[in-house]
Design a protein around this ligand. Structure first.
Ligand code: GNR
Ligand code: NI
Length: 174
């Protein structure tokens, strides 16, 4: 397993629409392993393949608390269906927009249909935190980052702030 580099705004790759996985081969399985390791190292609670520069429709998520056992979930070719009309607001962050946290409204519940690592179709009803993270990750597969849900003014400020925070972090580490 390898920790891969996470791309950040304003890298234009983040706007890519990712392609469905055609065959779940060793390359896909090792990408999933690397994504899980990269997510834990970051640390984050979810990661889309495009965040490590690979435009494939693959997500990994682990919303277990720190005092709980790890529970990495992987989703291949996920689709969101039946989003609830009820919305929920959650403070979101993104490994590709470091240093920025904003309240984002999304459907409170949704169902995700996907292929597991064995290529078997699965369907899960997601609520709360899992629903938020799944929708945040699905956005990445469609070239959308969470700050795209903000007004243009707020989005431009958020991206500037993120670039600035990343630059100062680099300087601190050097
Ligand atoms: O680590 C992450 N935390 C988070 C918090 C609230 C809503 C969404 C997320 S996902 C994020 C990791 C990430 O950027 N995934 O794409
Ligand atoms: Ni993200």
């Amino acid at each position: 397993m390898t920790i891969r580099e996470i791309i950040t705004v304003p890298n234009p790759l983040l706007k890519t629409i990712s392609e469905p996985v055609k065959v779940i081969d060793d390359e896909v399985l090792s990408l999933i392993d690397d994504m899980i390791e990269t997510m834990y190292a970051a640390p984050g609670i979810g990661l889309a393949a495009i965040q490590v520069g690979v435009p494939k429709r693959i997500l990994v998520i682990d919303i277990a608390r720190e005092d709980e056992a790890r529970n990495p979930l992987s989703f291949i070719n996920p689709e969101i269906i039946d989003p609830s009309e009820i919305l929920n607001s959650f403070e979101e962050g993104c490994l590709s927009v470091p240093g920025v946290f904003e309240e984002i409204e999304r459907p409170d519940e949704c169902t995700v249909k996907y292929l597991d690592k064995d290529g078997v179709e699965q369907s899960v009803r997601c609520k709360g935190m899992l629903a938020t993270v799944i929708q945040h990750e699905m956005d990445h597969l469609n070239g959308v980052v969470f700050v795209d849900h903000l007004s243009k003014l707020k989005r431009d400020r958020a991206i500037k702030k993120s670039i600035k925070s990343r630059t100062s972090e680099k300087n601190n580490n050097e």
